[in-house]
Write a protein that binds this ligand. Sequence first.
Ligand code: FES
Ligand SMILES: [Fe+2]
Length: 338
Amino acid sequence: MTNKIDTRFPFTPFPIGWYWVEFSENIKKGKLYSKKWMGRETVFWRGDDGEVCLAKAICPHLGANLAPERGGKLRDGCLVCPFHGFAYNSKGQCVNTPTGPLSTSVQLETYPIFETGGVIFAYWHPAQTEPDWCVPELDPRDWSRFMYTAQEIRTHPQETSENGVDITHLPYVHGYSEVESLGAIHVDGRLLQNKFKLTRQIGPTANLSIKLNVRATVSMWGVGFSMIEPVMESAGLYIRQLALCTPIDEEKVNFVMAIQMKDIEKPNALFPGLGLMPKRILNALLLRLFFKVYLTDISQDFEIWENKKYLTYPRLSTSESAIIQFRRYCEQFYAVPD
Ligand code: FES
Ligand SMILES: [Fe+2]
């Protein structure tokens, strides 16, 4: 079945906002990368000044493709075009050519970058205006490193983000119980927050499982960035999950699932005897376990996301008004000034 996104959704596939580009550890100095990002062929690299540059892979001189697969190269931290050898620094400025520096300014089309806690984001705006907001800083102190994976899905970032306010699907799709909203969703400019609690069993059978009582906060900054913070207070367990949805083209998104946690404070409250394990091993095991749980849970949504139709006028019950509020919040990411 082919689902052209422009017939599936009554809005652009590329809403304004900050979108995941890559994890910092995957960008090696001296190496040039390419990827399709927001419907554009792009290149990215880390310059000698340590700054990451994400740019449209088209040389402004005469249009050559700058991707490494097409001959683009890095030299002294600058991107060198395969056609006439113009060299661009990490700000995208042409700083040299084989016949010496240019008298006029030649500039790559670059995207504002924000690198935080080992994750790199770039700002997308169709009119290329500078951002007046940002996704939050991911302070790495007290947190483990991120475990992550990415999946290509045929959907739209607004659809994946809508899950964060749709708590009635949680028992039905994910099998959670005792799901309860902890108040109205909160919208403050670019930020939307939703709080709820739930119970989730993990383990092979009902007798051999751990029952987790979770309070979770979902925070969104735009449609491409959701952070879910599940807390299990009784065990002193704090988790941070990122659900980062970046359009690749008009039909597909890259959906990144990342997780990190703080060292567990009261492991015996999670499972008797767990506190006897060496702390480092225990925390590494728990991170793996919760990563697996996170992937299992979210992958249950994929099939639905890929095949659902976006309904402009859904038949919602009164308890689902958060979905309407979410959609109203989303409108700002489509508002392009004249
Ligand atoms: S097209 Fe890139 S230097 Fe000429
Ligand atoms: Fe879900």
